[in-house]
Ligand binder design. Structure first.
Ligand code: PLP
Ligand code: SF4
Length: 346
């Protein structure tokens, strides 16, 4: 077994397995894991300093996940936008392709928590074939985002097969991998992996860091390795209450990312995904954090602040417009001109 597989195999999957020093309320969150799975691998566990800290909050189940009555199963309308299973075709020229169901750590705030890591995200030879066929007969799609779950948890050979199949489709110009592995299990980014990946250029990778404590020497090695292979790296951070909804933390994170050669791409307003309401922040708070960055950190360290509109409207840039806000209800015009609403947390 490879070194990273061994680390992954030693993950804890039940709150009762947390070291005593990291438990707040022993036992009670166990009910959560029968609905939303838990997985904390030893590397990510090692980043936690104390219960309730920003790393702990991202990884340890919270009973509040089962008390959310505000948000929706599938706020982005992904199921409706999938004409074949596991391929979300929302924008005219790009598609999101789910190729693996599990992750190196199950983020408690995951936008796709309705199915990631569960049997509800089913990937089979049939769904894979169906997606390749759809892409081949839909030449308007020129950019494919390979995601999941986490595609970098696949073995090198399996991932190479997927990328090879995509490259057989002439209309697919750009391939983007979405992976949290550089943050949550950086030792997965081996020399062998990047040597394989660089055969598939133009290949981009978007990763996902939410807190400066995640920028470790191991994460730096992983990102430098990918960058040295000519793979441009972006980061999609999510604003999360109690994790990073603070101007100083975001500033440090954005600067830290640039330093490990990752360009901050998006800061997301939290999606209205069921089980994540307790993480959401008011839109106004995100706008204020963005204003604190402009002029004060390097231009390339400043991402776009976006909301992915409920109902499948797509992403809109919050920092560029001035949305109409009345009592926590924000309405936006999607790129297609539809009016979509986003509700601030109560
Ligand atoms: C975010 C997303 C994309 C890619 O959007 P970009 O703004 O080009 O990064 C494509 N498809 C779906 C379904 C998405 O959610
Ligand atoms: S790594 Fe991404 S897909 Fe996996 S649990 Fe975290 S947010 Fe969800």
């Amino acid at each position: 077994m490879s070194a990273w597989r061994k680390i992954l195999a030693d993950s804890i999957t039940d709150p009762a397995e947390l070291p005593k020093s990291l438990r707040i309320d022993p036992g009670s969150p166990t009910a959560v894991t029968s609905v939303y799975p838990m997985r904390i691998n030893p590397y990510y566990l090692g980043l936690i300093k104390r219960p309730g800290d920003p790393i702990w909050r991202q990884a340890v189940p919270d009973p509040l996940e089962l008390q959310d009555r505000v948000c929706f199963e599938d706020p982005l309308g992904e199921e409706e936008l999938s004409r074949v299973p596991n391929l979300v075709h929302k924008y005219p020229d790009r598609a999101l392709f789910l190729v693996h169901s599990s992750c190196a750590m199950y983020c408690r705030f995951c936008t796709r928590k309705r199915k990631v890591g569960t049997e509800r995200l089913r990937i089979s030879p049939d769904t894979m074939r169906g997606a390749f066929d759809y892409l081949a007969r839909t030449p308007a799609i020129r950019d494919v985002l390979v995601s999941g779950g986490d595609p970098l948890l696949l073995d090198d050979d399996r991932l190479e097969w997927i990328l090879t199949e995509l490259r057989k489709i002439p209309s697919v110009e750009i391939i983007r991998i979405g992976s949290r592995v550089p943050c949550t299990l950086p030792m997965r980014v081996t020399e062998r992996l990047v040597k394989m990946l660089k055969k598939f250029h133009p290949l981009f990778l978007n990763t996902h860091f939410n807190h400066p404590d995640e920028i470790t020497p191991d994460a730096a090695v992983a990102c430098n390795r990918l960058a040295d292979a000519g793979i441009p790296l972006g980061c999609q951070t999510v604003l999360l209450k109690g994790v990073n909804n603070d101007a100083a933390i975001i500033k440090k994170l954005m600067n830290g990312l640039l330093h490990i050669r990752v360009k901050p791409y998006y800061i997301f307003q939290g999606d209205m995904s069921r089980g994540t309401d307790h993480f959401r922040t008011p839109i106004g708070e995100g706008l204020e954090i963005m204003r604190s960055l402009v002029g004060r950190i390097s231009g390339p360290a400043i991402p776009k602040f976006v909301v992915d509109l409920p109902g499948g409207g797509g992403k809109v840039d919050l920092s560029s417009g001035s949305p109409q806000g009345t009592a926590g209800v924000w309405t936006f015009k999607s790129y297609l001109g539809q009016i979509c609403s986003y509700l601030d947390p109560a």
